[in-house]
Each structure stands twice: as structure tokens, then as C-alpha cells.
Design a binder for this molecule. Structure first.
Ligand code: CO
Ligand code: ZN
Length: 326
């Protein structure tokens, strides 16, 4: 599992630029599925044929990032955000562009409080000598992502982009296992989740599955003075009850809970007060699709150093395997 996660987090893939992630996933699963193709949005859709129900499993390939808005006369880059990037968390981080160029995120030191560090008071330093020099290296509209290589430690993974490459890794591993089932399984690796659950919407409309699950990360409440919540790292995958985008279909949630209980898989229940997942757009597509989610508990979501527990990821895989066999 760590190797698959590693391969996927190392691929550059901010929203709208997911093709490298799609290539890496294609390489991993193409021999194990009956069909694999990309749609107009860039969603990667792999199908394992069957005559039973159509089950859509979705994980998003895109990650949050920064986008160049202007380049100043000294060659510093002003930026906007792609998805939910917290300015405070970006400060001092290295970012990397698609062409491999590294930059450092810093702020105008004249501002009164670091809390006032908004993207418009911040910049990326790529070490350019002038605007002209910078323009040889990048252009307006180029995107950058956080630097942050994957590390394995104490059964945990610390890395950039675990949201949601860990979900992609779980789905890819599931596809590689070829679970024996009569159902038709759609492994859907979606685009543009971080900017509004966009790819999942068109994919769900095209597929019109009988039911769907989003495989994504969820925040934990097990760190010092964290926000109120019931999910911890290492206590099993979280079965979604509700987030800000979807109320899980009761039958889906129940089926997941039964699968976990009957197979001795640890699980937790997820009620998320902020944030959504692909299930948010899938369940209100094409006349309505019963949807739910399996989430991997993750610390420090949307930072360069997110943390997941490998056993939680492994148990998410087991849970999905039993779910698709039912
Ligand atoms: Co996210
Ligand atoms: Zn996510």
C-alpha cells in the first residue's frame, strides 16, 4: 500500500491538471480491468464488467495548489488559490511547478499580524532576478503544489497530497485485487473535486450507477485542542453519515456498517461539519443516486504534511472489497 500511495502522491496534479496522476493510475490497473478511458473533463473511468448492479467508486485525483496571477517587476509571483489553501499553512512552504521549478511562499513583512497574511499579501519567490527573468521560467496561470515527499514512520504515512491520493491508492489496489462479484464496478478517478466536486458530477451522469461511494479523507479530532469531532487516526476507516455536501443514503451506510461488523473490520462514524466529497455531487445527479462514503482519517488536511495510518487505508480496502461482493 505504501508503494502505491508513494507513486501517486509524487505525481503533480492540481485541479484541472490531473493527467500525470491519471497516467500513473492507468499504469497500475490497466491489465486488471475490462475497459479504461478518460472523458472530456479528464476523469479516468475503469470498468470491471458484470451483470449485477452498477457500483461507482470515486476518488479524486486533484490536489489543492496555487496559481500565478501576476508577476511583479522584481520577479516575485503573486498568486491565487486552487481549492481550499489556508494562507497561514502555506507560509514558508516550498512549492513546485509542473516544470519542476521550486518556489518559496512568503509574505509582506510590513503587515501588522501574521494572521493578516492573505494570498494578496503573499508571494512566491522563485529566485528570479527580474520580471523578464521570471517570465522565462513561468507564466500567468501556471499552477504549483506543495513540496512534501512521502515518509513512512510508525505505521503512518506523512506526505503532501494524501487528500486524496490515499483514496486513489485504495481504489487502485482494489482494482488490482479483482474482487469476485457479479456487480459491474466503475472505478472512477475524478478531477476538480477541490474546486467544487465537478468531475464526479459528469462522470456520475454518464455512468448512471445504481449506487455510489466516494473514497476520500476526513479530518480527525485527536490532536491538541482540535475542533470537536469523533474520528481518530488508527481506529479504522470512517463510514460517512453526513458532511456539508451529502447525507449518506441510510441503506448504503447500513450496508457498509454490516460489512464491517460481519468481517471484523474496525470502523468509525463520520459526521463532518465542514467540507464535502464527490458524493455531494453524485447523489444529486441523473434523478438521484443513492450514495455514501468511506473516508480515511487524516491529520492536517490541505497542508504539505498530511498524516494517515496505513492500517486505516488497509481496512478501507477490506471494507470496500466486502461491500462490492455483497
Ligand atoms: Co481536499
Ligand atoms: Zn479530498
Amino acid at each position: 500500500m505504501f508503494d502505491t500511495i508513494s507513486t501517486l502522491v509524487n505525481a503533480f496534479g492540481p485541479s484541472g491538471r490531473e493527467n500525470r496522476v491519471a497516467e500513473a493510475i492507468t499504469h497500475l490497473i490497466k491489465d486488471k480491468v475490462d475497459e479504461i478511458s478518460s472523458d472530456a473533463m479528464g476523469n479516468l473511468i475503469a470498468v470491471k464488467k458484470g451483470f449485477g448492479k452498477k457500483i461507482m467508486l470515486a476518488a479524486h485525483m486533484d490536489e489543492i495548489g496555487l496559481i500565478i496571477t501576476t508577476i511583479d517587476e522584481k520577479g516575485f509571483l503573486r498568486f491565487g488559490t486552487v481549492g481550499g489553501v489556508l494562507p497561514l499553512i502555506s507560509l514558508g512552504q516550498r512549492v513546485v511547478f509542473e516544470n519542476g521549478l521550486t518556489g518559496v511562499v512568503w509574505y509582506e513583512e510590513s503587515i501588522e499580524s501574521i494572521k493578516d497574511a492573505k494570498p494578496e499579501k503573499m508571494y512566491i519567490d522563485i529566485g528570479a532576478k527580474s520580471r523578464e527573468h521570471a517570465e522565462e521560467l513561468v507564466e500567468i496561470g501556471d499552477m504549483a503544489v506543495f513540496e512534501g515527499r512521502p515518509v513512512q514512520q510508525n505505521g503512518l504515512v506523512i506526505s503532501r497530497a494524501l487528500d486524496d491520493r490515499v483514496g486513489c491508492a485504495v481504489l487502485a489496489e482494489l482494482a488490482r485485487r479483482c474482487p469476485e462479484t457479479d456487480h459491474e464496478i466503475y472505478y472512477v478517478f475524478t478531477v476538480q473535486e477541490e474546486v467544487g466536486l465537478r468531475g464526479a458530477r459528469t462522470a456520475a451522469y454518464a455512468i448512471r450507477p445504481d449506487l455510489a461511494l466516494a473514497i476520500d479523507v476526513t479530518r480527525t479530532a485527536d490532536t491538541p485542542k482540535s475542533r470537536h469531532g469523533a474520528v481518530s487516526l488508527g481506529k479504522g476507516p470512517a463510514i460517512k453519515v453526513k458532511d456539508n455536501s451529502v447525507i449518506a443514503h441510510p441503506a448504503i451506510r447500513e450496508r457498509l456498517e454490516n460489512c464491517a461488523r460481519e468481517n471484523g473490520i474496525p470502523y468509525q462514524l463520520e459526521v463532518l461539519d465542514k467540507g464535502g466529497t464527490d458524493a455531494g455531487s453524485i447523489h444529486i445527479t441523473a434523478g438521484g443516486i443513492p450514495s455514501g462514503g468511506v473516508s480515511i482519517p487524516t491529520r492536517f488536511i490541505h497542508s504539505a504534511s498530511e498524516i494517515v495510518n496505513l492500517e486505516d487505508a488497509g481496512n478501507a480496502l477490506k471494507l470496500l472489497e466486502t461491500f462490492v461482493k455483497l
